[in-house]
Write a protein that binds this ligand. Structure first.
Ligand SMILES: Cc1cc2nc3c(=O)[nH]c(=O)nc-3n(C[C@H](O)[C@H](O)[C@H](O)COP(=O)(O)OP(=O)(O)OC[C@H]3O[C@@H](n4cnc5c(N)ncnc54)[C@H](O)[C@@H]3O)c2cc1C
Length: 367
């Protein structure tokens, strides 16, 4: 049927989660240009839920998502998507102002405890004397979360069309005419959840871009024969030069925290970033390095102010932005999807997101 109420462009975490929340209210079609949903940023994340990640503007979305991730609707998923991890933020002399600003920014919002990192991390190199423990951080089962949203969408009558790209769209009486290689689709509302392609999709619809910039992030999985314990926290540099976390008994996931601007594409890791990741890891701990098992890169897409962009475009009736999820689009997905669905349907905000103020995310700020 080519006259759905709502077309969502993008079948990653953003499109799937919002589609699932809207499907009870409207006929929703999600267009995904790849053969499988979740191929781009969603399938490449480091999979943690950390309340401070993304800064104070993002934190209310992350915090509100926590209970929904740990106790999801049993009709669509059995058990929690989260498992305990904790984050230890580490720093060296000179990082005190950074540490203090970090503690101040989240005072009264997130439980952060100054600690001695040496006592917590066997093999920490000399000089790492500052520590802040963020015990609430959890790992997320990203694939299970994404699949549960797709299941909910389809059970409620929604549809995902794979290998179907929005080529162009234009306004018509009552909504939009969307061109795909399989023909035109007519809908009342067009949602832009296209991740790194969000500005391109806007242009293809005749809507001015808001300045979403994809930034490449590299991840390496390395065997570490002397990993002291698989239960160590995520270890994050206060200067944002690296973070790593154990994965099983002798392996870590590691990133040099790179943010290289990139056109939207199938991102691939660069050798230099991989080498930087390894060098920074070795600066932090003496656990040794084994085989690099896997390396990948993905695009994290940011608006100019690094806050997400959720809302109707004031210059284009029936065009809704759900973009700019940066490095926090998984951990914020439940709250963000509820928020956007409430704006679209005009319903009152559910109590689960009572603490979230949507004005911070409104696209009006770029118009
Ligand atoms: C290395 C890395 C680590 C990360 N770690 C974390 C983490 O630990 N925790 C966290 O919360 N977040 C993390 N993130 C961020 C998170 O992955 C993203 O914020 C999230 O996946 C964004 O979801 P999305 O649906 O907006 O984008 P995507 O998953 O990229 O989906 C957008 C989709 O739109 C499709 N599309 C584009 N144009 C069109 C078109 N014209 N027609 C049809 N389809 C189109 C694309 O094919 C794509 O599948 C990380 C990201 C990276 C890269």
């Amino acid at each position: 049927m080519n006259h759905p109420d709502i077309v969502i462009v993008g079948g990653g975490m953003a499109g799937a989660s919002l589609g699932a929340e809207l499907a009870a209210h409207a006929h929703v079609v999600v267009l995904e240009m790849e053969d499988r949903a979740g191929y781009h940023a969603t399938g490449r994340s480091v999979a943690f839920w950390e309340e401070t990640y993304g800064g104070p503007v993002v934190q209310p979305l992350t915090t509100a998502s926590g209970p929904m991730l740990s106790a999801p609707d049993p009709e669509f998923h059995d058990g929690s998507f989260l498992s305990p991890r904790g984050t230890l933020h580490i720093g060296r002399p000179g990082d005190e102002p950074r540490r203090d600003a970090f503690l101040d920014a989240f005072a009264g919002r997130v439980d952060l405890q100054p600690v001695d990192p040496v006592a917590l991390v066997p093999g920490l190199r000399p000089g790492w004397t500052l520590g802040v423990m963020e015990a609430s951080c959890q790992d997320i089962d990203v694939a299970a979360l994404h699949q549960s949203y797709l299941r909910k969408l389809e059970r409620l009558g929604g549809e995902v069309r794979l290998a179907t790209r929005l080529e162009a769209a234009r306004r018509e009486e009552g909504g939009w005419r969307i061109e795909t290689r399989d023909g035109a689709i007519h809908c009342g509302l067009l949602v832009n959840a296209a991740g790194a392609w969000a500005d391109d999709v806007a242009r293809a619809c005749g809507v001015a871009p808001v300045g979403i910039t994809p930034l490449r992030r590299t991840v390496v999985q390395i065997d570490v024969p002397d990993l002291p314990s698989p239960d160590l926290p995520l270890i994050m540099d206060m200067q944002a030069r690296f973070y790593f976390k154990p994965e099983g008994r002798n392996r870590i996931w590691l990133t040099p925290h790179d943010e290289e601007p990139s056109p939207p594409c199938d991102a691939a890791p660069e050798e230099l970033a991989v080498a930087e990741a390894v060098a920074r890891f070795e600066e932090a701990v003496d656990w040794g390095i084994g085989r690099i098992v896997h390396r990948w890169a993905g695009l994290r897409s940011f608006a100019p102010d690094r806050a997400p962009v959720y809302g109707f475009d004031p210059t284009a009736p029936g065009f809704f932005w759900f973009a700019g999820q940066g490095g926090f689009g998984i951990q914020t997905a439940p709250a963000a999807a509820l928020l956007a669905a409430a704006i679209i349907t005009g319903a009152a905000s559910p109590s689960a997101i009572a603490s979230v103020d949507s004005r911070a995310y409104c696209p009006d700020r770029f118009r």
